[in-house]
Ligand binder design. Sequence first.
Ligand SMILES: N[C@@H](CCC(=O)N[C@@H](CS)C(=O)NCC(=O)O)C(=O)O
Length: 267
Amino acid sequence: MLELYQFELSHFSEKVRLILDYKGLAYRKIEVVPGMGQLDLFRMSGQRQVPVLKDGGKIISDSTAIALYLDKTYPDRPIIPTNPQQKANCLLLEQWADSSIGIKGRSILLESLKNSNLRTSILPAGTPDILRNLVGSIPREAIDVLGLGLGLTPDSIRAAKAEMHRSLESICLLLAQNSCDYLTGDTPTLADLTVAGLSLLIKIPDGPYLNIADNLKGKGIPGFADNPDYDLFFTWRDKLYADFRKPHKPDMNNSGTATAPTTIAID
Ligand SMILES: N[C@@H](CCC(=O)N[C@@H](CS)C(=O)NCC(=O)O)C(=O)O
């Protein structure tokens, strides 16, 4: 079976999970523990980021490379259009969404992480308690310093937010004037699955899709998740999820009972 090395709350992992579900491919999720687990991932794939796909003896890292590999190897329910104009639009939109919604979304999220409950709750299941407690106790000021260390100044976060507003507005305009249901045509393509999957952290889908605490579902970044200007986008995305995303199947422990996600309180 296909194996996906991932973080449950990683938006690039979500892009791949949505593609796998759309194509109807069964897969097993392997949650990578931040830090130590990434060393194993490095040994396996030569780099430390998720998602990484293992298909038998093949190891593929990077969500775009995984998408192209899956479409070539498992051609049923294609996600790359054959019509040249639709194909060009699809590939351009995917590339844009990766660097805009994907990368800028991460900068904006970092600012939201000043909320310590949110910070610990988005850590993957299996994160050692000592690391979880450490992350929870980081003062807000330290997040600012961490952000600066990552090159995120208040100006760059402001610019990332402005870009995210323009991106969501543009997607809403595209959806509003489209005569078809999806961004490049009548069926979902890599463009749709990327835009929808990468918006995970802007607003977490309110459904049974992820192994996370229930009180995180439907939550997101204030100013985006609760902005009525983007209702069209989130309604479109939620329909795509309802139509194609498969519910999370709980892992079983040794006695055959499902393991539950930890519950947390959000301020
Ligand atoms: N270009 C990569 C980006 C992947 C990425 O940014 N992954 C993040 C999680 S969403 C990650 O692994 N971060 C941990 C790190 O960089 O150490 C892709 O498309 O897969």
